[in-house]
Design a protein around this ligand. Structure first.
Ligand SMILES: C[S@@+](CC[C@H](N)C(=O)[O-])C[C@H]1O[C@@H](n2cnc3c(N)ncnc32)[C@H](O)[C@@H]1O
Length: 228
């Protein structure tokens, strides 16, 4: 599906978020806080917008299942030699254990049917003490805001989708918003996967959440828990 969206993907995202999507990615890029020059992973890099922000401080590997998205990212990032793009799945990352000083992702989590599986993969490839910063759209807790949120996405997304000839794909976007578990549950999944100091920070009143966490050092206890 993402292959078919790539042409207008960035412009629709900018319109749908009223331009705020850039700031949300920036929040993730800042929160990762990995020392300059270290290698970080952008999981589900899409057209490479978060990758580009991460590359201001770090060397970055962008991974995505969609070949078309990776081609768009390659055009965007042609100017830098700090980025490598790889086709692969979040459920089976094609990297060795502890390859990265940290990992980030933007608007990918709700597309992943097995979040614990994806988090286990992240924990495998991020080195102990490495940080992760993951941002995605979440439903606000307040009933009023939640109603406004549903009304906005339920109408604006399919309408914009129609304009670019991809109504069905943008209907999927609306459905996918409901697929992400509540933010505290996502935080608990990160902890169970082997991360500590997990936090879930709402950006604009709860409609977007930034999760951050630190890869725990591999103690015997944790190794036993993860193996079990
Ligand atoms: C909504 S887009 C976000 C792209 C980009 N991170 C951004 O900030 O614009 C979701 C991306 O996740 C990718 N994706 C979906 N499932 C994936 C998986 N299992 N493994 C890796 N990438 C995946 C899609 O191909 C798509 O590029």
């Amino acid at each position: 599906m993402f292959d078919s969206l790539v042409d207008r993907y960035d412009v629709v995202n900018d319109l749908l978020s009223l331009g705020m999507v850039r700031g949300w990615r920036r929040a993730a890029a800042r929160a990762i806080g990995v020392p300059c020059g270290r290698l970080v992973l952008d999981m589900g890099c899409g057209t490479g917008r978060l990758t580009e922000q991460l590359a201001e401080r770090n060397r970055v590997v962008g991974v995505d299942v969609s070949w078309a998205m990776l081609l768009a990212a390659r055009s965007r990032l042609a100017f830098t030699d700090r980025v490598m793009l790889v086709q692969g799945s979040a459920f089976r990352l094609p990297f060795a254990e502890a390859s990265f000083g940290g990992a980030a992702s933007a608007f990918v989590l709700r597309n992943l049917h097995d979040l614990p599986g994806a988090f286990a993969e992240l924990a495998r490839v991020v080195a102990p003490s490495g940080r992760v910063a993951l941002v995605d759209i979440t439903e606000p807790r307040s009933r009023l805001l939640s109603r406004a949120f549903r009304a906005y996405f339920g109408t604006a997304a399919p309408a914009l989708g129609s304009l670019v000839g991809r109504r069905e794909a943008y209907r999927y976007l609306v459905r996918s918003l409901a697929q992400l578990p509540p933010r505290e549950e996502v935080r608990a999944m990160l902890r169970a996967a082997g991360f500590e100091s997990c936090s879930a920070r709402p950006l604009i009143p709860g409609a977007v959440t930034l999760w951050t966490a630190t890869r725990a050092k591999m103690t015997g206890d944790l190794r036993g828990r993860l193996d079990g």
